[in-house]
Design a binder for this molecule. Sequence first.
Ligand SMILES: [Zn+2]
Length: 251
Amino acid sequence: MNTSTLSHSQLMRYNRHIVLPQVDLDGQELIARARIAVVGVGGLGNAAAMSLTGSGVGHLTLIDNDCVEDTNLPRQLLFSQQSVGENKATAARDALRPLNPDAQFTCIDGALTGDDALSLLAGHDVVLDCTDNKATRLAVNAACVRHQTPLVSGAAIRFEGQLFVGHPVCPPCYHCLGELFSEQQLSCTEAGIFSPVAGIIGTYQAMLALQIIIGTGDIPYGKLMCFDALEHQWQSFSVPRSPACPLCTNR
Ligand SMILES: [Zn+2]
């Protein structure tokens, strides 16, 4: 008798997950109940949303105020020539639906600022920061600290990728990390991006989110992980709590 909250067809579909002792039936049920927000549905967000949807995440919130452009297509693989001009969040949802008919989606066509981020990101189990601008990153981080929600932040440019995972209650946070770097900011428009690097980092964000949901693996909380696609190396650094961080003073 099937006593799982998963249907028979879901048990068949996710069999390759369920046979892993680290996932098991309990883990797959947690994935099915999970609500995950993907902020930014560009190169990172496409790869992350694809992996999360395929893996059986129950609810995805997709947030982006950009429209699909021709120059996105080499790495934003949910989009096609027909998507050009459409909002990225709704175009991604339309491409993801056939991948998993059980998944639910909320699409938000907007940019996240302080108050918006706080209300729109409430009630999620994990938030993925897949954006490319610092103001949004800081707003998303502040909301995650307030809601005590784990944050998986990703970045990709040229042949380089970065990941940072913010703990729900312990410092450091993304703001602490930002204190370590100068304001200099390059966008992929100016600097370029090697397409598969965005896929690697976005997929890694999805993997970390699933591991947080099911509570398996050694989550690199508070670490900055850097990927070099030319040397084919990962390096990991512990990020110190910043004494100047207004969000971590009482954490
Ligand atoms: Zn902080």
